[in-house]
Design a protein around this ligand. Structure first.
Ligand code: ZN
Length: 401
């Protein structure tokens, strides 16, 4: 039995190597794959036949003859299969149909209204996926569903352990989705998934030790240590938003006081803007929001900042100061070679980006910042579903795009 197991594993590994070779070097002939990877031509032929049957590889004309018959070329078919990427946040559920290169084919956003928490939220997630699937192309070609969510997620067992804002505790979301949809399902923490996407097909391809920090509705981080996501013993590693920056600070949902998130995430910024307006400070924010306080959004904040609004600039300075403290701690702890900054707050926010980089370079240990690179995320508007896709593609194909 053991032998069969080993043999099957070797065949599977060969298949991944062959698929990856076709993906990176295709169109390529079967004999060139064999030569490149040192795998026997018969093994390559049978694996390629299987991949063609699966629809992920296709024959594509003939190549140059090297004496003898012209070889038939094969290429990767990213649209041969698809996956469903799902991103859960406190404000919306984003679902997309994506191909094997993590390109979005169709996307829909299901808003999360106030008060939608706990069991009702879980039900809403499942109902939204069901709604999306009613319009999905032939589900036979679907590899499965990959869900990312904020909070503490146990990726191995597919359970959301804890999310204070959505009031979720021990939700076996992977199992619930598999039961309802009869499709393989993956679940991971959002920041970890984005860090993986950055490592596999974003700006972090070259980095084995990288730190991804996201600032938006909340604050999170994903750490790649020695090439793999660092998860901690219960999947909770990277809860950057709940690291303490003020021992006598504001009370946080998590039970502690002075958590970083409460000083730099959007709810704190929004409150800061409202209080500046209440104190009669001059700011463009209210005007840009059409005089309606409820219309003050990230976008409004960004626009006011671009117009050098003093209130907004002061807020950015404050955010930069707090975030830098947190990032300095992470740099001195983990010594990454690359820090990627993302999230709604960082988007098109060059001022904030530069301030953080400057302060971290000044405050962290010299040896740690020597050679340390700072980059904005490059995953684009579909970053959440791309991150969900990265989790599934890494697991199924072991490849980075
Ligand atoms: Zn906290």
């Amino acid at each position: 039995m053991r032998r069969t197991g080993d043999l099957k594993l070797i065949q599977e590994l060969n298949r991944f190597i062959i698929l990856d070779t076709i993906r990176q070097h295709g169109p390529i002939s079967r004999s060139d794959i064999a030569k490149k990877q040192g795998i026997s031509p018969t093994t390559v032929t049978s694996a390629v036949n299987e991949l063609i049957r699966d629809g992920v590889v296709a024959e594509d004309g003939t190549g140059e003859s090297k004496g003898g018959r012209k070889p038939i070329m094969v290429r990767f078919c990213p649209d041969g299969k698809f996956l469903i990427g799902v991103s859960i946040t406190n404000t919306a559920i984003t679902i997309a149909e994506m191909n094997l290169e993590a390109a979005t084919k169709r996307k829909q956003v299901y808003p999360v209204g106030p008060g939608l928490v706990s069991d009702r939220m879980v039900q809403y997630v499942l109902d939204s996926i069901a709604d999306f699937l009613t319009q999905a192309a032939d589900t036979e070609r679907c590899l499965g569903i990959s869900i990312i969510a904020p909070g503490i997620v146990d990726a191995a067992s597919g359970v959301i352990r804890f999310n204070s804002k959505l009031r979720l505790t021990d939700v076996p979301l992977k199992e619930l989705a598999e039961q309802r949809f009869g499709m393989s399902t993956w679940l991971d923490n959002d920041a970890n998934a984005i860090a993986l996407a950055e490592k596999n097909f974003g700006v972090g391809i070259e980095a084995d030790n990288l730190l991804f920090v996201t600032v938006g509705e909340g604050v999170g981080s994903g750490l790649v240590v020695n090439g793999s996501i660092f998860r901690g013993s219960r999947g909770g590693a990277g809860e950057f938003g709940h690291t303490t920056v003020d021992r006598s600070g504001m009370r946080c949902d998590c039970g502690n006081v002075g958590c970083l998130e409460n000083y730099v995430a959007w709810p704190a910024i929004y409150t800061g803007l409202l209080s500046a307006i209440a104190r009669g400070k001059e700011t463009l924010v209210l005007e840009l929001a059409g005089g309606d306080m409820t219309q003050i959004t990230f976008e409004v904040f960004r626009r006011a900042l671009q117009q050098k609004d003093q209130v907004c600039e002061d807020i950015v300075e404050e955010i930069a100061a707090y975030l830098s403290i947190g990032i300095v701690n992470l740099v001195n702890l983990f010594n990454p070679s690359l820090i990627i900054l993302g999230g709604e707050m960082m988007r098109d926010n060059q001022v904030l980006f530069e301030r953080i980089e400057k302060q971290v370079r000044e405050q962290a240990m010299g040896i740690m910042v020597d050679g340390l690179e700072f980059r904005p995320t490059m995953l684009g508007a579909d970053f959440e579903v791309k991150a969900a896709a990265a989790v599934l593609l890494q697991d199924v194909f072991h490849f980075s795009l």
